[in-house]
Design a protein around this ligand. Sequence first.
Ligand SMILES: Nc1ncnc2c1ncn2[C@@H]1O[C@H](COP(=O)(O)OP(=O)(O)O)[C@@H](O)[C@H]1O
Ligand SMILES: [Mg+2]
Length: 431
Amino acid sequence: MATSALLNPFRPGAGHEPPYLAGRQSETNEFMRLIGQDVVLENMVLTGLRGMGKTVLLERLKELAIEAGWGWVGSNFSEAVSVSEERLALRIVDDLALVTSNIVVGKREFTGMGFRAETDQVTETLNSNTMRALWKQIPGLASDKLKAILELVWRYWRDERPGGLIFAYDEAQMLSDHAAKDEYPLSLLLDVFESIQKRNIPFMLVLVGLPTLFPKLVEARTFAERMFRVVFLDRLNDEDSRDAILKPIEDSPHVMRFRDSFVQRIIEESSGYPYFIQFICKEIFDMLLQQFRAAQTDTGDLLLIRHPRTGEELKEGDKGTILAPISEITNKLDIDFYAGRWARATDRQRELLIVIAHLDGCESQFTVQEVVEKSKELEKSSKLLKKAFSPSHVSQMLSTLCKTGLIYKNRHGKYSFAVPLLGRFIRRQVS
Ligand SMILES: Nc1ncnc2c1ncn2[C@@H]1O[C@H](COP(=O)(O)OP(=O)(O)O)[C@@H](O)[C@H]1O
Ligand SMILES: [Mg+2]
């Protein structure tokens, strides 16, 4: 017997393909414009908070690019790749070989040895062995070797496909230069592609990562400012959120339907964050499947849902009423998504975060000054804070929190939460 869990269409989880990819049309259009460039003048940075849907959108872009005749090279960047210039360059070469390994570059002939009279032919392709051999032969620095290999690949690739090649890397915020070790992998990446693109070779970079990514690129090479078009993924608007909730159910064999008011409730609770939508819907669906396995098959009736505490909007006829425990689901989401990060903060850091969570605009951005002012206010007016923070203390603590990944500093020197709806979570904790 199939378990009900198997029938749940929703997919919360990093990189898990959603049952329906909602919205993202303008971002997709922007990508299509970029691959329409004759000469690559602009590359793409796809950025946004965790859980916003960067990885799954990248998968969609990959399909579109391949349909349009481009090749797709890429994977994730990790700390290990970022260690040295050579590691990074070789990683790219290996990724490239996966795409070019069927391209024939020549036939080596040699007369059979020993008893065999016939001539054997060995087909040489641009596979990883060939590439690694080239890497050894080409003189110079890692960047010279990589450039030479890319140029060579282009000479063959242009006969293969109408489009160029896209080099797409997820988690690209992991990439860094390390001045102390005299290793500059991030700069190498930018230099090599800038140089290749100057030679009109249509190899395009698509770098995907957290909001720290673009400032990092610009810090490494100022020309990165002009080299990339930054596409910032934001939360889904109400209409797209509605699609993300409803389409998977419509497309599934289940006859149950969510009431409008309930859909609205999910949209509010998730604030349009794709991960939260998947999470909440999955929980609700699991619950429904467990409670109503028998009822789901035949009737086609609406399942009427209300909030267990408020009891609002219960009836539309008497059948099929279900209580959906939204508050319990939110608690579970808190544990799943935030609790670990919150637990790692020190007491004083938590106090600072509580102050920030009480700023009106905390979910968009805030300044040191605003935090200082708010801390004075809270010191006077509430029990939440015994002692206000000084400006230097706030700056210093914010930069520590940036390193732990709870906060990031944007290009205009303002700060933001690096985790969606962190302010709301914190306010729930203190209330
Ligand atoms: N446009 C979307 N519509 C519906 N669900 C989405 C959408 N984008 C992302 N999701 C879901 O949100 C979750 C997080 O997506 P992911 O791509 O891993 O985010 P990121 O890479 O930005 O951290 C996944 O469960 C995914 O299925
Ligand atoms: Mg991701």
